[in-house]
Structure formats: structure tokens, C-alpha cells
Design a protein around this ligand. Structure first.
Ligand SMILES: [Zn+2]
Length: 115
């Protein structure tokens, strides 16, 4: 056994590095807890959005491919159901399978995305 020395992956903490960590811990930057709270607010702001996705999936199943560019939904999340008019009405015909790229384009073209 001859120990290989070299790439140990250990960081040497410089004085500046230590100072930065100190600043981060002193409350000037959002704490982990705050960040979690903020992401929760984002989710709870629009509960119908989550409920809608569950409901659409239940009735329409997993989208097979993007109805615009034809991208196949090979991996999870590559294509999802998008609401055409953002009203999230319980009308299955209002939901189209779109990949994130086409969804973004759709939203921009229809004025749903703030630019
Ligand atoms: Zn697409």
C-alpha cells in the first residue's frame, strides 16, 4: 500500500475566505430557512396550478410528446401539460403537451410572461 498523495480535494481556507463565510453567517444574506420559506410562498401563491397538474395527469396521463415541436417525453419532465390560456379551467381541451422550450415561447407570444 503506497498512499497516493496529491488531489485530496481539501480546500485551504484563506483569510478572505474565512471572512466571507463570517459575513454570510452574520445575517446579511438570506438564511437557508428564509430561502425555503420563499420557495414555499411561490408554490402556495398558486395552489390551483399544482391541483391542475394533478388533475390533468389523472385524466390525460403522461404527455407522450410536445404537440408543437414533437419532442418526445423520454425522461420525466421533458414534456408537460400546459394550460393554453392560464385560466386553469377544468377543461381538458385547454391543456396541451408542451416541452419547457415551447411552453416558454407560447407564454411569451400570448403575453403570459413578463419580459
Ligand atoms: Zn416543444
Amino acid at each position: 500500500m503506497s498512499g497516493i498523495k496529491g488531489k485530496s480535494g481539501v480546500y485551504k481556507k484563506t483569510e478572505e475566505h474565512k471572512r466571507k463565510i463570517g459575513e454570510a453567517n452574520s445575517g446579511h444574506i438570506h438564511s437557508r430557512e428564509t430561502r425555503i420559506k420563499m420557495s414555499l410562498i411561490k408554490l402556495t401563491e398558486n395552489p390551483s396550478y399544482i391541483a391542475m397538474h394533478v388533475w390533468v395527469k389523472k385524466h390525460k396521463g403522461r404527455p407522450e410528446k410536445c404537440s408543437i415541436c414533437g419532442k418526445l417525453n423520454k425522461k420525466r419532465g421533458q414534456v408537460h401539460w400546459a394550460n393554453k390560456d392560464h385560466k386553469y379551467a377544468r377543461n381538458l381541451e385547454d391543456y396541451v403537451a408542451m416541452c419547457p422550450k415551447c411552453h416558454k415561447k407560447w407564454d411569451m407570444e400570448h403575453g403570459f410572461t413578463k419580459q
